[in-house]
Write a protein of this length. Structure first.
Length: 642
């Protein structure tokens, strides 16, 4: 079996090599005994700096602070109309996100700190790279490492400003008084982000990273498109990008000559990925997700001729019709698959304990699998195979909404087709897990659960909490002290080739890219319309964290309660949900303080800037609208609904 439990750059030393304090202004990625004058001194030192810069992604993808996963894409899923907050009665952070409220002034501080920590590490890498006396033969290596640093700085800065809006733009390890001032995302921060991605594109080698976890030229081109489309749609309010344009002035720096960036250049980058990247869609959409692994497939196909015996208690018929060569753990599928352009990787080294900000022991596990896992049954009855097979236990936070199921089903009905992605993405609890019961403190339950990233059990596993990963080549339990918390190694996709195809259609109006995505899903191929692109993006990337920022850019800033996003969020009102595990006595879903439309319109989808960080910067940052004194505190303060 292919070896999956690894990460080529996220070695254990990467997170501990550099120290960082818990506040943004004190973040210092350099080893205490070393200075910028002496370190790095050789190429291997720059590789170590590079690993430390990337390792922030692991803390985001696997870290757990204050009862919430740090992954910003998980946050954006909870803030969209595709998820409820749900979970148990005590899980107030997840519900706060979904209702655009907060239970404390620093509730959303962790990602603010982590992202600035990543920016600081990238800045250090950029500033010190020429401490090394690079030979002519090493010039390509030097440029690749510098390009990766620019890429990661652009990526962390983009996530930061999409979460918190206008924030300080930090482009140096020496933070001046002027840098403390918040900058305009529209006029200052996004031009820097796009310049960083442009530098990355021009400096990195014109070849694929091939699932190594590193950025490459093609990842840079793809993120140029994603960043430019958000800027043009959200800030410049270009409602339909196929028929509009916006030009940005870039910043002159190494790898970027300044000048302007327009839609034509963004499109050219995407076409380069298509023509020269060597990516292709996996034949079967299910190949992307770990529930299609061959070990589970084999349990359903226990006859020598491969026809299978689906009458057994623990056969999983949903993947029985797959080709075995398309299973998640087969060559070209799953982790490192043919459409994976950039991702967060994980490895067999996670621990149960909650640790420090930059060295959380859970950082090497894709903790999303735990947060989205099933809460099933009475207390301490989670994850029993007779009730949840083939899925494992977890916290049940971020339940898929009734809206995504209902809207998807309506689209199928109107088009008279079946979209195979719906049941590849969502678990229909009533029909797939007939014995499933709710925990007594479950709330905001829709009747659906997440199938993407869901942890998977096997009959072959020794205990209920064992994951299928324990049967993979390279697995070792010696470093783990809690398998249910630690055994999650599926890559978190940050950019897939399907996104390149759909961005191309949205930018050009040519349905060719969208038609490829539709064909794989088994749905009718259609001509271009903005509505068709919006639907395809929602179905293809459901629960991957892209929906919320798509809604924002299709709405435009300050578009009020009649915007695309506000109306989509408000459509959750009145949906029937299960609370306290009482399936027979459903409640009508209500916003906890006012309405989703009002909270979105008031905030434009931004979170509050952490008060502790504002104080640290001498209150030179201004609190975001919707979270400030101009909005009644009762509208943004968490309320216990259940």
């Amino acid at each position: 079996m292919k070896k999956y439990i690894l990460s080529s750059f996220a070695v254990l030393a990467a997170a501990t090599l550099f120290t960082s304090c818990n506040d943004m202004l004190d973040t210092d990625p350099r080893v205490t005994e070393l200075t910028q004058a002496t370190f790095p001194g050789k190429p291997a030192d720059v590789e170590a700096l590079n690993a430390a810069t990337y390792s922030i992604m692991n803390t985001l993808g696997g870290g757990d602070q204050s009862g919430i996963l740090n992954n910003p894409f998980y946050w954006w899923s909870l803030m969209s109309d595709d998820c409820y907050g749900s979970g148990g009665l005590q899980d107030n952070v997840a519900k706060s996100l979904h209702h655009f409220t907060t239970a404390s002034s620093n509730q959303y501080e962790q990602d603010f700190i982590l992202l600035y920590g990543g920016i600081s590490r990238a800045n250090n890498q950029i500033e010190t790279i020429d401490n090394v006396e690079w030979t002519d033969a090493q010039k390509a290596q030097r440029n690749q490492l510098l390009g990766e640093a620019y890429f990661m700085r652009g990526l962390y800065t983009m996530w930061l400003t999409q979460l918190y809006g206008d924030v300080p733009l930090i482009t140096s390890t020496v933070i001046t008084e002027e840098m403390w001032e918040q900058a305009s995302a529209e006029e200052v921060i996004y031009p820097q982000i796009l310049s960083d991605f442009t530098s990355a594109k021009n400096l990195m080698k014109p070849e694929r990273a091939n699932g190594s976890g590193h950025a490459d030229k093609f990842a840079a081109e793809a993120f140029i498109a994603r960043a430019w489309m958000f800027w043009a749609g959200f800030y410049k309010k270009v409602g339909e990008l196929a028929n509009g344009d916006a030009t940005m002035q870039l910043v002159e720096q190494e790898g970027c000559q300044g000048g302007t960036l327009s839609k034509a250049e963004v499109v050219a980058g995407l076409k380069d990925i298509v023509s020269n990247g060597g990516y292709k869609l996996c034949e079967d959409f299910r190949s992307l997700w770990q529930y299609s692994n061959s070990l589970l497939w084999d349990e359903a196909h226990d006859n020598e001729d491969g026809t299978g015996n689906l009458e057994g208690t623990h056969a999983y018929p949903f993947i029985a019709d797959m080709k075995r060569e398309n299973c998640f753990d087969q060559p070209g599928m799953g982790n490192g698959n043919t459409e994976e352009i950039f991702q967060i990787q994980f490895m067999n080294a996670s621990k149960w304990a909650i640790g420090g900000t930059y060295n959380n022991p859970r950082m090497y596990s894709n903790y999303l699998s735990c947060f989205w896992g099933l809460r099933n049954g009475a207390t301490n009855d989670n994850g029993r195979r007779d009730k949840t097979y083939p899925f494992n236990q977890g916290w049940g936070q971020g339940t898929p909404s009734c809206n995504i199921w209902d809207d998807w089903t309506d689209a199928e009905r109107r088009g008279e087709y079946t979209d195979m992605r719906k049941l590849s993405t969502l678990i229909d609890l009533d029909n797939e897990l007939e014995s499933y019961t709710y925990e007594k403190d479950d709330n905001e339950e829709s009747g659906y659960a997440v199938k993407k990233y869901a942890d998977v059990n096997l009959d072959a596993c020794a205990a209920d909490n064992d994951s299928w990963w324990s049967k993979c080549e390279g697995y070792s339990s010696s470093s783990l002290d809690n398998k249910q918390q630690g055994d999650h190694f599926e890559d978190y996709y940050l950019m897939r080739y399907a996104d390149v195809l759909l961005m191309l259609t949205e930018l050009t109006g040519d349905p060719w890219g969208m038609n490829q995505v539709q064909a794989r899903a088994g749905v009718p191929q259609t001509g271009y319309s903005l509505k068709a692109v919006q639907d395809e993006r929602r179905w293809e990337f459901a629960l991957e964290g892209l929906r919320f920022n798509d809604m924002r850019r299709w709405s435009g800033i300050n578009s009020g309660q009649d915007s695309y996003a506000a109306k989509a969020l408000q459509a959750q009102q009145g949906k029937q949900i299960v609370c306290y595990g009482q399936k027979a006595n459903k409640r009508s879903l209500q916003h906890m303080t006012c309405s989703w439309a009002k909270r979105y319109a008031d905030t434009n989808g931004f979170l509050p800037k952490p008060q502790a960080q504002m104080t640290l910067m001498n209150n030179k940052m201004v609190q975001n609208p919707g979270w400030d004194e101009g909005t009644p505190a009762a509208e943004w303060t968490y309320v216990v609904l259940y």
